[in-house]
Ligand binder design. Structure first.
Ligand SMILES: O=P(O)(O)O[C@H]1O[C@H](CO)[C@@H](O)[C@H]1O
Ligand SMILES: Nc1nc2[nH]cnc2c(=O)[nH]1
Length: 267
């Protein structure tokens, strides 16, 4: 049974961190999803690159529902992900790791839930309003923080992520507004990925890697190539961090994530 999955963001396209890799295609009510499954220190781990192996899928077109449902079908309970972000916080410099603890959703065209009542394309045809006060699993956050500490990486134990629709980068005015609202970093993929995991009672956490200062803070033009370039430079560290974090994931789940649907459906 595969209990742990890694979702790779921009710059994290292959599971070179795993051994004995096989590929599985999982059919879901939202379409099929290809997942690579390998082992790390005897533990089976699933890996999927959210933009596809060749970064062919833009953030607003990712099939988040198939990805999360597919991992759930495999028996995954814990998801670690990476997110390349722009920083609004001068203390969070390019190359720094940020273990996200909060998010704000400014996306516009996405589909945000598995629970569409009668319209749901599966047998979960109920209404559900999950608690999302703390959108990230505390146990997975601790595993990431402990790993970053042990590896001596420059990291920030908390950070608020503003999720924008994209695929364009932000205007100066949008970053000014997001800063007033308390965002530390900005990206385009945490929503709905994080809440869909919560809706299936899976633990989810994301380590953000700052690739640039955000629009208006950076003096340079923002480019995706700069994002991918910095992620490539950090590739080895990201691999080490994820695998060290896997070692620190408790076998038993004592977090609230596993009971997310309790009370959410009004039953
Ligand atoms: O969040 P990940 O998947 O790391 O990707 C980030 O990198 C892209 C911008 O360069 C956007 O898709 C943004 O969300
Ligand atoms: N939205 C957004 N996503 C990013 N990913 C990496 N850098 C950025 C950025 O500046 N803005």
């Amino acid at each position: 049974m595969v209990r742990i999955a890694i979702i790779g963001g921009s710059g994290v396209y292959d599971p070179k961190l795993l051994e004995n890799i096989r590929e599985e295609t999982v059919e879901t009510p939202y379409g099929s999803v290809k997942v690579k499954i390998g082992t790390y220190k005897g533990e089976e781990i699933a890996f999927l690159p959210r933009h596809g192996e060749k970064h062919s899928v833009p953030p607003h077109k990712i099939n988040y529902h198939a990805n999360i449902w597919g991992l759930h079908e495999l028996g995954v309970e814990r998801i670690l992900s990476t997110s390349a972000v722009g920083s609004l916080n001068l203390d969070m410099k390019p190359g720094d790791f940020v273990v996200l603890d909060q998010l704000m959703d400014f996306t516009k065209t996405r589909h945000y839930t598995f629970y569409d009542g009668e319209d749901s394309p599966h047998d979960r045809k109920f209404v559900a309003h999950v608690d999302f006060t703390d959108p990230y699993c505390p146990e997975l956050r601790n595993a990431l923080i402990t790993a970053a500490k042990e590896l001596g990486f420059t990291y920030h134990p908390t950070g608020t992520y503003a999720c924008m629709e994209g695929p364009r980068f932000e205007t100066r005015a949008e970053i000014r507004a997001l800063k007033i609202l308390g965002a530390d970093v900005v990206g385009m993929t945490q929503c709905p990925e994080a809440v869909l995991a919560r809706e299936l009672e899976m633990c989810y956490a994301s380590v953000a890697i700052v690739t640039n200062y955000a629009a208006g803070i950076s003096r340079e033009k923002l480019t995706h190539s700069e994002v991918v370039e910095l992620m490539a430079q950090k590739g080895e560290e990201i691999k080490l961090l994820l695998m060290k974090a896997v070692e620190h994931i408790p076998k038993e789940r004592r977090c609230a994530c596993k009971d997310a649907l309790k009370g959410a459906t009004g039953e």
